[in-house]
Design a protein around this ligand. Structure first.
Ligand code: SF4
Length: 415
């Protein structure tokens, strides 16, 4: 049986600030040991703040949110008390030129990461290939595991090899590999080849399996640039020109092609991907609190079954919320669709019975013959939707060549 111990890279809830600062820590402390054992690491964002040419500047974070200092204290407590590695995420897509080339600023930058290293940080996402290549970070933090960012788009085996020689220890694979199992297999072969040459320094792979962006979204790069400044405000205005258009379309939003996430409904498909990648990364840093700060003590981290398949946590309901402590139970019992299980929480005052009582069997699209056929196709369709349309035909919706055909008619300035 495929092991799911330490297999999931999960997001810290970076927006749980102020009165919620201890919430993530409390949920994790309340979690069952079987939940904890499935977690590979917890990643969190933080900006690098500095002064340049008399200006206060910051960089590091295309999502535009960062963990507070209080939250980071709690993250270190999680690492010490629960033994889960925490991982600083510096994944800006545009590293400012002065951070790379100004010797003094780069020194400050390396020392900023070094400060966390001295506290015990041993995992860090580093989007600056140039800074990593200088070797200064490695000298300052010799035992750090350097992760590439998914935004560096490692989509084939040669790129994987290049990124490993660049100095990355965990290589984030492009989302497109959720639909290209053949290339994922080639990357595994490259990884085995490389690791057999360097048995003491194993390079790992991590696949982003849940994020809900379209394949190679043409807005992605700009979104990440403006997101660094406006954060989640992006979705309140300017996203009406981009993803609010297709995410708001009822018919299109339910199709697998509306987000390049892993579709592995059945355990046999899920295991196939698990055999080819070391870590499944699940997005979630923008998660918002939906409970009162006074109730934090009742919350418990669990595997949460998202009925609507939208990757969102909802309020715990008596007798309705479906959860599991142990990911192995989800696999052993083939609790379809496997891809609908996300790291979330329950309110222990209302949700007392786990999946054994509340999971009623699944008879949705992925249990039908046409759904099973699509699941198989999606493992290797390579996202050429204009020439395929199998998603629409399976779900009984109209053919669409591009998500870009779905737009909101809006006045951005007034929105
Ligand atoms: S429409 Fe075809 S190419 Fe596009 S995601 Fe669906 S199966 Fe893949």
């Amino acid at each position: 049986m495929v092991s799911y111990d330490k297999r999931f890279s999960i997001a810290h809830f970076d927006r749980f600030h102020g009165e919620y600062a201890s919430a993530f820590y409390t949920m994790m402390k309340n979690a069952d040991a079987s939940y904890i054992k499935s977690i590979h690491d917890i990643y969190f964002g933080k900006y690098f703040y500095y002064e340049y040419n008399g200006q206060q500047k910051r960089c590091g974070n295309p999502m535009g949110v960062e963990a507070s200092d209080d939250q980071i204290d709690y993250l270190f407590k999680i690492q010490e008390e629960l033994g889960i590695e925490i991982s600083l995420t510096f994944n800006t897509v545009e590293v400012p030129h002065e951070v790379i080339y100004d010797h003094e600023i780069r020194k400050q930058f390396v020392e900023w990461i070094g400060g966390y290293y001295d506290r015990g940080l041993r995992s860090c996402t580093m989007s600056s290939a140039h800074i990593l290549r200088t070797g200064e970070l490695q000298n300052r933090c010799p035992d750090m595991r350097w992760k590439s960012t998914v935004n560096q788009i490692v989509a084939d085996a040669q790129q994987f090899i290049d990124f490993a020689y660049l100095g990355y220890n965990t290589i984030l694979l492009d989302r497109s590999l959720n639909r290209n199992i053949k290339e994922l297999r080639r990357i595994r072969e490259a990884q085995n080849y490389l690791n057999s040459k360097n048995p003491n320094k194993k390079v790992l792979t991590s696949l982003l399996v849940a994020e809900s962006c379209i394949y190679n979204c043409p807005f992605k790069k700009e979104h990440d640039s403006v997101g660094e400044v406006i954060g989640t405000d992006y979705f309140k205005g300017i996203a009406n020109l981009s993803c609010n258009g297709w995410r708001g379309s009822k018919n299109f939003a339910k199709l697998p092609r509306s987000g390049i996430d892993l579709v592995a409904s059945d355990v046999s498909t899920f295991n196939k991907f698990a055999e080819l990648t070391d870590i499944f990364k699940i997005s979630g840093r923008l998660t918002t609190p939906i409970f009162s700060p006074d109730d934090v003590k009742y919350m418990k981290s669990v595997w949460f079954y998202d009925n609507d398949e939208k990757f969102t946590q909802v309020v715990s309901k008596v007798g309705e919320t479906i959860y599991a402590d142990n990911f192995d139970d989800i696999i052993k019992n083939n609790l379809l669709p496997i891809h609908s299980w996300i790291p979330g929480w329950i309110d222990t005052r209302y949700t007392k019975e786990d999946f054994k009582t509340t999971y009623k069997g699944y008879n949705g699209i992925w249990s039908t013959d046409k759904g099973k056929r699509l699941e198989k196709l999606l493992t290797s369709c390579r996202n050429q939707c204009w020439d395929c349309h199998e998603c629409e035909r399976t779900f009984g919706t109209e053919d669409i060549d591009s998500a870009l055909q779905l737009r909101k008619v809006i006045n951005v300035a007034k929105d």
